[in-house]
Design a protein around this ligand. Structure first.
Ligand SMILES: Nc1ncnc2c1ncn2[C@@H]1O[C@H](COP(=O)(O)OP(=O)(O)OP(=O)(O)O)[C@@H](O)[C@H]1O
Ligand SMILES: [Mg+2]
Length: 362
């Protein structure tokens, strides 16, 4: 069976420990709606969380060079062939198909680690409210590859990476946003003793839909979601801040590819860039709700330390909108609320998970 995809590398610190039977490598893995990443010694290897399955019914089809299973970004290149599967949906890993992607990531990591995955101990970052059976399934899947696995919530990984001891982290990904609250390095609990955390089905994909609708309203053309995702990354990322601060944006003419496959020249205006606003209220409301469930004495500290992580925290100005909305909803002065964008939106959670693994597995 053929397997292939594309990878991106990123520098990071290496860490080995010794245990009986040779060196053990400690690392972390993250499976997300849009991206999945694994640590490989001093590197990070990541790819799109996609699997394409191609069923070949005839001898002729079987004789072609196209593999049966294609994973990662390459899966996008075979439009119309077979079935394209997103391996994570609403924060839940669809285990059977995820196997191919996990296998691909471990195979790549192995090249860099020079250690068999079976000698690895890893932390896997999962949504804050993954149900026990979902965590068990993820653990079971990963145990087929490694010596030991522990599950950590993704936003907790980000808080660890940023060395925060008290605060709220909203990890805004493609399909979901995950919330975790800590105080003095421990998970915050409500008056019933339950951990205060949540996941909502809201993220980058909702902005992509809003971009799509905005273009359709204005130009009457249907632009595929993949193209809307690109527009979001290229234009909302740098220019949303202008909208929030009431500044003009430069005139941005752009060729977009429509559903019909035709290039159409459109102007990326302020309405399209403002599509980011569709997520603001949902995220701010959940932050206020969760802080409201926390012990009264620490709420002030939590409002003062809100961290935004995940790919969407690459959008500059997002912290300004969320801060304003949180202050409004909680009836606080702006000065009492602090919202900060991640120092490494796409990697903080996995790097924090790795840091936790180094402490626990040492
Ligand atoms: N520079 C950027 N500007 C705007 N958006 C970006 C940028 N870089 C990435 N994104 C968006 O971030 C999202 C991916 O983020 P991330 O990798 O954190 O998601 P995920 O973990 O795969 O998803 P989930 O947490 O929902 O499972 C996508 O919507 C992507 O388009
Ligand atoms: Mg994520």
């Amino acid at each position: 069976m053929g397997l292939f995809g594309k990878e991106e590398d990123n520098a990071n610190a290496e860490h080995h420990t010794e245990s009986a039977g040779g060196p053990v490598l400690v690392g972390a893995i993250k499976l997300g709606t849009a991206n999945s990443t694994i640590t490989a010694g001093d590197k990070l290897i990541g790819t799109r969380s996609l699997v394409r399955k191609i069923y070949k019914s005839t001898a002729y089809e079987r004789s072609t060079q196209v593999p049966d299973i294609i994973v990662g970004s390459t899966a996008l290149e075979y439009e119309g062939l077979g079935e394209l599967i997103y391996i994570v949906n609403k924060g839940v890993v669809k285990t059977k198909d995820a196997y191919y992607l996990v296998e691909y990531l471990f195979n790549h990591a192995k090249k860099f680690n020079k250690t068999e995955p079976k000698r690895m101990k890893i932390f896997a970052a999962a949504p804050s409210i993954a149900a026990e059976n979902q965590k068990d399934e993820l653990e079971e899947l990963l145990k087929e590859f490694v010596e030991d696995v522990k599950i950590i919530s993704e936003p907790l990984g980000s808080l660890i990476y940023h060395n925060w001891v008290t605060g709220v982290c909203a990890d805004i990904g493609h399909g979901t946003t995950d919330f975790t609250l800590i105080h003095q390095k421990l998970a915050v609990k409500d008056e019933m003793g339950e951990v205060v955390a949540d996941t909502i089905p809201m993220g980058g994909r909702d902005i992509d839909f809003a971009v799509q609708q905005s273009i359709k309203r204005k130009y009457g053309v249907e632009v595929p979601l993949e193209e809307c995702m690109r527009i979001k990354e290229e234009y909302c990322g740098p220019y949303y801040e202008n909208i929030v601060l009431g500044k003009e944006i430069p005139s941005l003419a752009e060729n977009v590819i429509t559903e019909e496959g035709i290039a159409e020249m459109i102007v990326i205006d302020k309405d399209i860039v403002a599509s980011v606003n569709v997520i603001i209220d949902h995220i701010a409301r959940k932050i206020v709700e969760l802080i409201g469930k926390s012990p009264f004495s620490i709420r002030k500290h939590l409002y003062g330390a809100i961290l935004l992580n995940g790919g969407i925290s690459s959008i500059r100005g997002l912290e300004i909108s969320i801060r304003k909305r949180v202050a409004e909803l909680a009836n606080l002065d702006l000065e009492q609320v602090n919202v900060i964008l991640s120092q490494d939106p796409l990697h903080a959670s996995i790097l924090g998970a790795k840091k936790a693994a180094e402490i626990v597995f040492k």
